[in-house]
Write a protein of this length. Sequence first.
Length: 177
Amino acid sequence: MAKCNICEIANGNVESKKVYEDAHLVAILHPKPATPGHIILIPKHHYPILENLSNDLIGHMFNTASKISSSIFESMNIHGTNIFVQNGVPAGQTIPHIMVHIIPRNENDNINLMWQPKKLDQEELSTVELKIKEETKNIVIQKEKEKQQPVEERKLEQLGTDGEEENYLLKQLRRIP
Ligand SMILES: [Zn+2]
């Protein structure tokens, strides 16, 4: 597999403007920023998309993004930030290493992250609602299950799903040009 540029940056093999680092994450100034102070927050290990991250790492990453956002408010004298993830190729992801963008915003900065709102009728909205609810139902069930299971059982189950995750990851990699 070709070297991942983001891994190289995260592990300090390539020069970058590092503004934050801990055991799991690195934040650097985007070399081609949307606005001055545009930061990308990167996991040190290689994960192609958000779904590959553990619950703990996702929590830690978004907590840290929020803290970094506060730091930019203070240091750059700005009035807002956009915090977003390009999760998958159709969402604009160009490098198969997940990252969170933190973009400082001021009024009239001419950064365009807006979209044209679509009009769906009630039936279309309801169809989408049902489809998504069918899946989000499982989120609650899984959480409850985790709580009730003894630790040993959970460990086994995690081992069991590793293979699935690996396959999913490979599929994702194949999708990315
Ligand atoms: Zn990588």
